[in-house]
Design a protein around this ligand. Structure first.
Ligand code: CO
Length: 215
């Protein structure tokens, strides 16, 4: 039996044809140029939220950002997917910047603040609960619930930037090529603007407990 494809699905295929035609019209070499190689300067670690598309909000084009997204833009040390993306971006693509981009009103962070059981997702958001626990005083100091949520969103981005700095991948790159720079951002769904939260370079240091001495 032939599947009847929905209108909203078919629209994507139609949009794609239009998009490809427009690109070629404006820049006939675009696809032949990009199909041979990619040399992005940026690695993006963002939330899977559909309202935070890395390229649209930064005005970048295909080929400019290497992207990894997951619920609440987490850098989890046992996440093989993230680690493979990170190693490839840093060692092979030689990205100059890594951006961890959270967003205000993040549902993943909100879920972590609640006591609701999300089954398998509990395992993922437990990492965010740990950030909450570490910064409990700063967060609970805020009186309004939405301020508490947004504070945790900012602190979570900071912790993920530090989690990147804790990897041997980043530490080796910092030692050998003084790159990449790591940036923590929070995007606002309300006005479309990015707030720069924090920054780390090869000149910054972590608690020495996390710094490998034999890279
Ligand atoms: Co989110």
């Amino acid at each position: 039996m032939k599947n009847k494809k929905s209108k909203e699905y078919l629209k994507l295929i139609e949009n794609n044809k239009e998009w490809a035609a427009t690109v070629v019209k404006e820049d006939p070499e675009f696809f032949s140029r990009l199909s041979n190689t990619q040399k992005p300067d940026f690695l993006w670690i963002g939330c899977s939220d559909s309202r935070v598309p890395a390229d649209r909000i930064t005005g970048t084009q295909p080929g400019e950002i290497f992207v990894h997204r997951n619920i609440a833009n987490m850098v989890v040390h046992t996440d093989m997917n993230l680690l493979a993306v990170l190693e490839y971006a840093v060692d092979h693509l030689d990205v100059k910047h890594i951006i961890v981009c959270g967003h205000y009103g993040c549902g993943g962070v909100k879920a972590a603040m609640s006591r609701h059981n999300f089954d398998l997702i509990n395992k993922w958001i437990r990492n965010i609960k740990d950030v909450y626990r570490m910064h409990r005083n700063t967060i609970d100091f805020q009186t309004k619930p939405e301020d508490r949520l947004n504070k945790l969103i900012e602190l979570n981005v900071e912790e993920q930037v530090m989690n990147l700095a804790k990897t041997s991948i980043v530490q080796k790159a910092w030692k050998n090529k003084k790159s990449p720079e790591i940036h923590g951002w929070v995007y606002s769904l309300e006005d479309g603007l990015i707030k720069e939260i924090c920054n780390m370079t090869h000149e910054n240091h972590l608690d020495p407990l996390y710094e490998f001495d034999d890279l």
